[in-house]
Design a protein around this ligand. Structure first.
Ligand code: APR
Length: 314
């Protein structure tokens, strides 16, 4: 079997941790790319030097140029700037400014990776996620089944973690999904959540369940308030779950941000919905039956995406 190759652009916290999980799971050779000279090379070399101990037989390289990324099967894009205070003015950038800055970064990265790996599947992680998916789709010219956003994989992982903690059971026995976007635009699905097949509402009282859902919504903020920066282990794990599904053609059902084409009543918008991920990228969008409340929450997600897509100016 041919070796697989995954490029991770952005060798920061999330990107470097993606590289780490990818080799730990023996998935593919990894190329780390960043704009800061020395960082991708240094992190890649450090990770490569762990191979004899960890027992992965894969190449890990780092570069600031894109030639090294040629013919990647999957490209993960985590490049971007976080929302932080301007050291001179002391002000936070507005949402629109942040969107524009990351649009420029993700746009440039996408053009480069699409040039060197015209058949790759792109997984977008950079925020604001749904808008950056639109940027990557637009700049790559790829079909939408090959431009996918990491959204629900992370929120679902957090949701399952909190449920397992609550019940004192294995995370492996929690089944369920979170759709939509992060935070206020998340669509939790307690009706579809089970513990070893038992509906979660038989095991957890409604008010407590709602607290767990709220904690999931605030999951990103909880980490920021502890660390002062945004999370990376779980975001990277969610991303690598998607990489694995594609590289191993697993046909996993993973909530992902995908361009809808009439499904759920939406057209031409990236929204987090259940998808079947395999060697073809998004192989299918699963249209589940949502009740009125869930539909309303999905509309909040769609509205949020529309409002940032408008800023992009496409
Ligand atoms: N090309 C390549 N890399 C770039 C570029 C660019 N044009 N611009 C910035 N980068 C790199 C930075 O140098 C940095 O190493 O992207 C990396 C981002 O890493 P961090 O700042 O550590 O951010 P991280 O926590 O990894 O988050 C990355 O993922 O979850 C999202 O909201 C998060 O958008 C953010 C992204």
């Amino acid at each position: 079997m041919a070796r697989s190759k995954v490029t991770v652009v952005g060798a920061g916290n999330v990107g470097a941790t993606c590289a780490h999980w990818i080799v730990t799971k023996h998935l593919a050779d990894v190329v780390l790319v960043d704009i800061v000279e020395g960082v991708p090379q240094g992190k890649a070399l450090d990770l490569a030097e762990s191979a004899p101990v960890m027992g992965f037989d894969l190449k890990v390289t780092g570069s600031t140029s894109y030639e090294a990324t040629a013919n990647s099967d999957v490209v993960v894009i985590t490049a971007g700037v976080p929302r932080k205070k301007d050291p001179v003015t002391g002000k936070y950038p507005s949402r629109d400014e942040l969107v524009k800055t990351n649009q420029k970064i993700v746009g440039e990265v996408t053009r480069q990776v699409a040039h060197y790996s015209p058949n790759a599947i792109l997984i977008i992680v950079s925020n604001p996620l749904d808008a950056m998916c639109h940027v990557a789709l637009h700049e790559s010219g790829f079909p939408s089944n090959r431009v996918i956003g990491q959204a629900g994989a992370l929120d679902t992982a957090r949701y399952k973690t909190f449920l397992a903690m609550e019940l004192g059971v294995s995370v492996n026995d929690i089944h369920g999904m979170v759709l939509g976007g992060h935070g206020d635009t998340m669509v939790p699905l307690p009706r579809h959540t089970s513990v070893g097949g038992i509906p979660v509402r038989e095991l957890i009282a409604e008010d407590r369940l709602q607290q767990i859902i709220q904690r999931t919504r605030d999951g990103g903020g909880e980490i920021v308030s502890l660390l002062g920066v945004s999370a990376w282990y779980a975001p990277a794990a969610g991303t690598v779950e998607m990489v694995e599904a594609i590289i191993r053609d697993q046909k996993r059902v993973i909530p992902s941000a995908v361009l809808l084409d009439g499904q759920y009543g939406y057209n031409g918008l990236y929204i987090g919905v259940p998808t079947v991920l395999g060697a073809g990228g998004v192989e299918r969008v699963i249209e589940m039956q949502l009740n009125d409340e869930e539909k309303k929450m999905l509309e909040v997600s769609a509205e949020a995406v529309r409002s940032v897509v408008n800023i992009l100016g496409y």
